[in-house]
Design a protein around this ligand. Structure first.
Ligand code: MRU
Length: 348
C-alpha cells in the first residue's frame, strides 16, 4: 500500500479568514488567497477561484461563518435579519450546484436551534467545519465504492474537475484514482480539456499528475476517437445536481460523453455525494442552468479567438437524462437499475 501524499486541498478555515487555493491561476501558479469577508467569498465563487459543487458549498458555509462572527448585534431577531440577507447574497453567486444551497440550509437549521447570538456564532462555525470534515470522509467512501466497479488496467475518461480541489479532499469522480494509486491498482485516466474554461486541462491533469496517476489530456472533440483508439473502458463524471429521477446536471460536455458511452456500450458513471441530490425537483428539466460570460468562449487563457461582435451561447452545464447513466456512485453505495425507484428508497 502506497501513501499518496500529494492530494491538494483548496479551502481551509483559519478562524479570521479562509485560505483558498486560487483555481483560476492553476496550473501556472499555485497561489493561496485570504478571503476575509463574505464579499470576498461571493467573488471567489463567481470568478471560479473556488469551483466544484462540494467545494462551493464548503466555501459558502465558511463565508457565512466569517460574516456572522462579525455581526455586531445583541438580539436574535437582528441576527436573523442579517443572516437572511447573507444567505440570499451567497445564494446569488451560482445557480446550478445544489451543494451551495444545501450547505446554507444546514447553517440555517443550526441558527434555528441556537438560543443566543453567541451560541449561534459558535454553532455556525462548528457546522461549517463539520461540513468540510464530513465531505472528506464522504469522498473517500465514494472513491472506495467507485473503485469496486473498476478492473485493474481500466482506461477511464472524465470531464471537468471532480477532484480533490472541487471537494474537501479526494474528489468524487477522481477519488477512485487516488485510492487505486494507494492500493497499487493500475488505472489510467483520459481527461477531456473541458472548454470553455479548461478545468480538465488546468486542474484535473494538475491534480492527478502530482499524485502520480497516469493521466492523458485530450481536447473535448477527441473523446469519440479516443474511446475507440485507446479502448476506454468506462466514463466517470461528477455532478452539480441530481434530481429525484436521477437526471444529472454536470459540466457542459457531460451529456455528449454519456451519449458516446451508450453508443460504444461502455458504462457511464456519475460519482456524487447525497448532498448533490435535489429530490425536490422531479426531473432535470427543472434544474437552473448557469449561463456565463461570452468572453469565456471568445477567448482562451485571455487570448481572443473569435471576431468581435460574434453571438455566443455559454451554458456552463448540461443535463444527462437518467437512461444514459449506468450507475450513480454515492457514499451510501452504488445506485443501479431503475434510478428513480432507487433514489426514492435511498431518501425514504
Ligand atoms: O463550473 P464548475 O467548474 O464549478 O463545474 C464543476 C463540475 O461540473 C463538477 O463536475 C461538479 O461540480 C462536481 S465536483 C466534485
Amino acid at each position: 500500500m502506497t501513501t499518496v501524499r500529494n492530494i491538494p486541498i483548496s479551502v481551509e478555515w483559519k478562524d479570521t479568514y479562509i485560505k483558498l487555493l486560487d483555481q483560476q491561476k492553476l496550473p501556472n501558479e499555485t497561489v493561496y488567497v485570504q478571503l476575509k469577508t463574505i464579499e470576498d467569498v461571493w467573488d471567489a465563487i463567481v470568478t471560479l477561484k473556488v469551483r466544484g459543487a462540494p467545494a462551493i458549498g464548503i466555501a459558502a458555509a465558511y463565508g457565512l461563518a466569517l460574516s456572522t462572527k462579525q455581526y455586531n448585534v445583541e438580539s436574535m431577531d437582528e441576527f436573523k435579519d442579517l443572516f437572511i440577507k447573507d444567505i440570499a447574497y451567497l445564494a446569488s453567486s451560482r445557480p446550478t450546484a445544489v451543494n451551495l444551497f444545501w450547505a446554507l440550509e444546514r447553517l440555517t437549521n443550526v441558527l434555528h436551534d441556537s438560543k443566543s447570538v453567541n451560541e449561534a456564532k459558535t454553532n455556525i462555525v462548528h457546522e461549517a467545519i463539520q461540513i468540510q470534515v464530513e465531505d472528506e470522509a464522504v469522498c473517500h467512501q465514494i472513491g472506495d465504492n467507485a473503485l469496486s466497479l473498476l478492473q485493474k488496467g481500466d482506461k477511464v475518461m472524465t470531464i471537468c474537475n471532480a477532484g480533490s480541489i472541487a471537494t474537501a479532499r479526494y474528489g468524487t469522480a477522481l477519488a477512485p484514482f487516488y485510492l487505486a494509486k494507494e492500493k497499487d491498482f493500475p488505472l489510467s485516466v483520459f481527461a477531456c480539456e473541458t472548454r470553455p474554461v479548461l478545468q480538465g486541462a488546468r486542474l484535473t491533469t494538475w491534480e492527478l499528475q502530482q499524485a502520480g496517476v497516469d493521466v492523458t489530456l485530450i481536447t473535448d472533440n477527441m473523446a469519440a476517437h479516443t474511446i475507440i483508439a485507446k479502448q476506454v473502458s468506462a466514463i466517470i463524471v461528477g455532478a452539480d445536481r441530481i434530481t429525484a429521477n436521477g437526471d444529472t446536471a454536470n459540466k457542459i460536455g457531460t451529456l455528449g460523453l454519456a451519449i458516446l458511452a451508450k453508443h460504444f456500450n461502455i458504462p457511464f458513471y456519475v460519482a456524487a455525494p447525497l448532498s448533490t441530490f435535489d429530490i425536490s425537483l422531479k426531473t432535470g428539466a427543472e434544474i437552473p442552468i448557469e449561463e456565463r460570460s461570452e468572453t469565456e468562449v471568445t477567448t482562451i487563457a485571455g487570448v481572443k479567438v473569435a471576431p468581435d461582435g460574434v453571438s455566443v451561447f455559454n451554458p456552463a452545464f448540461d443535463v444527462t437524462p437518467n437512461e444514459y447513466i449506468t450507475a450513480i456512485i454515492t457514499e451510501k453505495g452504488v445506485i443501479l437499475g431503475d434510478l428513480k425507484e432507487e433514489i426514492v428508497k435511498l431518501f425514504q
